[in-house]
Design a protein around this ligand. Structure first.
Ligand SMILES: *Cc1c(COP(=O)(O)O)cnc(C)c1O
Length: 380
């Protein structure tokens, strides 16, 4: 008998350093976007090899601003993989545009470039390219099909990931990242937009700050802080606070350590669990650098001793938290009703929805934890 452990699906690594980091903005009194956010942006841009990085309140608001900046509006279509987090689709509706779902390849969980072609019409104004669970989508194949259609990377899970040596965030026209606690690095809530396009960068910079022509910090430290800026467009308040920026700087400095450690344990899982016939491992091409936001397998229910849900229940009884990878958005009531879609219309997404299972992989786990997970799964 192995002693029972309690292993959450995810747990952020935060502590003394982050605690100390928030002290500075609190003591100085500059709490909204200011020097800490600027430094975080600069370091994030450097790590992801992009010209511009703009901190915002979440990946969802990052994705929204990307679509606003690309002038997505009513009558336009935006292609979204059917298996992703719901907000990749919701932001299209925020703009009054139409979500056109495309199936995924369940071996990678990413958009299927072969099906993508049949989804493009003359109304297609953007494609949401999701790098799910930290694995980059097949950008070359997508670009070949997409031609000039703007690509928005949903890299919410993909901080630090790369495709053929190019980091996520610089693979399309705009990149979007999340710092929710479930992701590799966190600021509580938070997001980042990346782009190499100066015009889009400038526009998104204004859009996140009510549409103001200059930031609060620029005005405050400029020659005439008493003159309010011009507002040439309708914007939003999607600004990250300097408290979050300060935490983000510390977290970002650990990103590569976190990924290396996750890579090591992902390899361990693959080695130990690869023999199980019904446990289909996540696939990674050798020229991709996986960000390992999570480790998601597919359960082959024809061969497995139990259904995916029963396996999850049995693991939970042993103290091991698991989750479905994410959800098929076309199967959520809202989208199924709105567009009258049947689950079978996107069989790859449905399969992933029904049989994917994330097992714990995070930087608060010990060697004993990983061994416990492996032994428990092997004993099912
Ligand atoms: C987490 C996630 C989001 C949303 O990120 P938030 O920062 O919580 O808004 C969007 N897309 C994908 C693929 C995600 O995993």
């Amino acid at each position: 008998m192995i002693e029972k452990r309690n292993i959450p699906i995810s747990l952020p690594v935060t502590g003394e350093e982050e605690w100390q980091a928030v002290k500075e903005p609190l003591m100085s009194g500059w709490l909204t976007s200011g020097p800490k956010v600027r430094q975080f942006e600069k370091e994030f841009a450097k790590r992801h090899e992009v010209k511009h990085a703009l901190a915002v309140t979440s990946a969802t608001t990052a994705l929204h601003l990307a679509l606003v900046a690309l002038d997505i509006k009513e009558g336009d279509e935006v292609i979204v993989p059917a298996f992703t987090w719901v907000s990749t689709a919701n932001v299209v509706l925020y703009q009054g545009a139409k979500v056109v779902f495309c199936d995924i390849d369940p071996t990678t969980f990413n958009i299927d470039p072969k099906q993508l072609k049949s989804k493009i019409t003359n109304r297609t104004k953007a494609i949401m390219v999701v790098h799910l669970f930290g694995l980059c989508a097949d950008m070359d194949a997508i670009k070949q099909v997409a031609g000039d259609i703007p690509l928005v990377e949903d890299g919410a899970c993909a901080a630090g990931a790369a495709y053929k040596n190019v980091p996520a965030g610089g693979l399309g026209d705009v990149g979007c990242f999340s710092f929710h606690p479930r992701k590799s690095v966190t600021t509580g809530e938070g997001g980042m937009i990346t782009t190499n396009n100066a015009e889009l960068g400038e526009k998104m910079g204004m859009l996140r700050n009510h549409g103001a022509s200059i930031s609060e910090e620029q005005r405050h430290h400029g020659p005439k802080p008493f003159i309010l800026p011009d507002f040439n467009m309708m914007g939003y308040n999607y600004r990250m606070t300097d408290l979050q920026g300060a935490v983000g700087i510390v977290q970002l400095s650990k990103l590569d350590l976190f990924i290396d450690e996750r890579q090591k344990w992902a390899d361990f899982y693959k080695e130990k669990l690869g023999e199980i016939e019904w446990f289909k491992l996540p696939q990674v091409n050798s020229d991709f650098k996986h960000g390992w936001q999570s480790f998601v397998a597919l359960i082959d229910e024809d061969k497995a001793p139990f259904s995916r849900n029963t396996i999850m229940e049995k693991l939970q009884e042993q103290g091991i938290s698991t989750r479905p990878g994410t959800h098929a958005v076309h199967m959520l009531n809202y989208y199924a009703d709105k567009y009258e879609i049947e689950p079978d219309e996107f069989p790859g997404a449905k399969l992933a929805n029904d049989t994917s299972m994330a097992i714990p992989l995070h930087n608060r786990m010990t060697k004993d934890d990983y061994e416990y997970v492996v032994q428990t799964i092997l004993s099912l």
